[in-house]
Design a protein around this ligand. Structure first.
Ligand SMILES: [Fe+2]
Length: 129
């Protein structure tokens, strides 16, 4: 999986949340599917992601973003999908060349930051924030 960089197009105009996103992207870039402690590293990314979701939802709640409930559903859905994949992995670890877990993180996060997170960024900008 190619390395993806954070770009201005991903900015949500909130320095703390932008930093979270940058760190997440960095962590996923560094995830090595063939590392012996891959699952541990993967779990570290998940922990950070969960913390980030909490911070983001707290922020959206604080600014009164009307799409918060729908946004929260997206976050919860991510957690459910990852849990299902992890269960599968634990039952029968994927081959080293099978990058499903990392690919999922990538595509989900990239789409989420570029599309879903941009909804609250646009809403904030429209309100002059
Ligand atoms: Fe989000």
């Amino acid at each position: 999986m190619s390395i993806i960089a954070w770009t201005e197009a991903m900015s949500v105009d909130n320095p703390a949340l932008d930093k979270d996103h940058q760190k997440l992207i960095r962590m996923i870039n560094e995830l090595d599917q063939s590392a012996p402690d891959f699952l541990e590293l993967f779990n570290a990314v998940l922990d950070y992601t969960t913390g980030h979701f909490d911070r983001e939802e707290t922020h959206l709640d604080a600014i009164g973003f009307p799409g918060l409930d729908a946004h929260r559903v997206q976050h919860d859905d991510f957690a459910d999908q990852v849990a299902a994949m992890l269960k599968e992995y634990r039952e029968r670890p994927f081959d080293a060349g099978d990058t499903r877990l990392k690919d999922f993180l990538w595509s989900w996060l990239k789409g989420h930051i570029l599309i879903e997170d941009q909804r609250y960024a646009a809403w904030t900008r429209a309100r002059g924030g």
